[in-house]
Write a protein that binds this ligand. Structure first.
Ligand code: COA
Length: 203
C-alpha cells in the first residue's frame, strides 16, 4: 500500500489554535511551556521531561526523531499553539500508524495543566481528526483511555469518537497491565469518503 506520508509538514488552523509540528524556533516556547506548568495534577499528568533536561540538544534530538517518524509515516506529533499569542499549550499525536488493510492510528493528547478547562483539548483533537482523515487519508482513529480518566473520556466523546468497549490488560505501566476504554471513529462517521491509494491493491 502506498505511503501517504507527506513531504511537507502539515499545518492546520482552528478557531483559536494552530496545529503543526514543532520547529527549531519553538525552543524557547517549549522550555516555557514545561517550566510554567503546575505540579502534576493527576496520574496521567506526566510530561516525560524534567526541567534540567530541557536543553537545546534534547529539543533538536526530539525534532529529528519526529521528522524521521513523519517521513516513515509512523507517528505524527502536533504542537498546539494558541493563535493570539503563539504560546505552546499542548501536544496531540497520531501514533502507531498502521497502513495496509488497517489504515488506522491511535490518538493521544495532552494540554499543559496551566491551560486546562478551556476547551483546548476538544478543539485541538477535532482539528487533528480532520488531519487524520483528510490529509493523512486514514480510515480509522482510536483512543484508549483509562476508565478512571474522566476528563479524557469526556474529550473522546466530545470530539465524536464512539465508545467500543473495555479493552482488558491493554497497556503496561509502572503499575503493571491496565485496562483501557476504547473509543474510535472512522472517516465515514466523520463524513469523509475513504479511498485506498489508486495504484495499489489490497491482497
Ligand atoms: C485530558 C486533557 C487533555 C483535557 O484537556 P482540557 O483542555 O482541559 O479539556 P477540555 O477543556 O477540552 O475539556 C474536555 C471536557 O472535559 C470537561 N472537563 C474539563 N476539565 C474538567 C474537570 N476538571 N472536571 C470535570 N470535567 C472537566 C469539559 O467540560 C469538557 O467536557 P464537555 O465537552 O462535555 O464540555 C488534560 O486534562 C490533560 O492533558 N490531562 C493529562 C494527560 C491526559 O490525561 N491525556 C489523555 C490520555 S488518554
Amino acid at each position: 500500500m502506498k505511503s501517504t506520508a507527506t513531504a511537507q509538514p502539515i499545518y492546520k488552523k482552528t478557531k483559536r489554535l494552530i496545529l503543526r509540528p514543532l520547529e527549531i524556533h519553538d525552543y524557547e516556547n517549549w522550555v516555557q511551556a514545561h517550566s510554567s506548568m503546575r505540579p502534576p495534577q493527576n496520574e496521567w499528568d506526566e510530561t516525560n521531561w524534567i526541567t534540567s533536561e530541557l536543553t537545546q540538544k534534547k529539543f533538536k534530538d526530539h525534532l529529528k526523531k519526529h521528522a524521521q517518524w513523519r517521513a516513515q509515516d509512523h507517528f505524527y506529533e502536533f504542537g498546539v499553539f494558541r493563535k493570539d499569542d503563539g504560546v505552546l499549550i499542548g501536544l496531540v499525536t497520531l501514533m502507531d500508524i498502521s497502513r495496509q488493510i488497517f489504515q488506522n492510528a491511535y490518538l493521544g493528547y495532552r494540554i499543559y495543566n496551566n491551560h486546562w478547562g478551556q476547551g483546548y483539548a476538544t478543539e485541538a483533537c477535532k482539528g487533528v481528526l480532520e488531519i487524520a482523515f483528510k490529509d493523512l487519508k486514514l480510515h480509522r482513529v482510536e483512543a484508549g483511555i483509562s476508565p478512571t480518566n474522566k476528563v479524557s473520556l469526556r474529550v473522546a466523546k466530545s470530539i465524536g469518537l464512539r465508545k467500543e468497549g473495555l479493552s482488558r490488560r491493554r497497556l503496561f505501566t509502572n503499575n503493571g497491565w491496565s485496562d483501557m476504554v476504547l473509543y474510535a471513529g472512522t472517516s465515514e462517521e466523520f463524513g469523509i469518503k475513504f479511498r485506498f491509494p489508486k495504484n495499489k491493491t489490497v491482497k
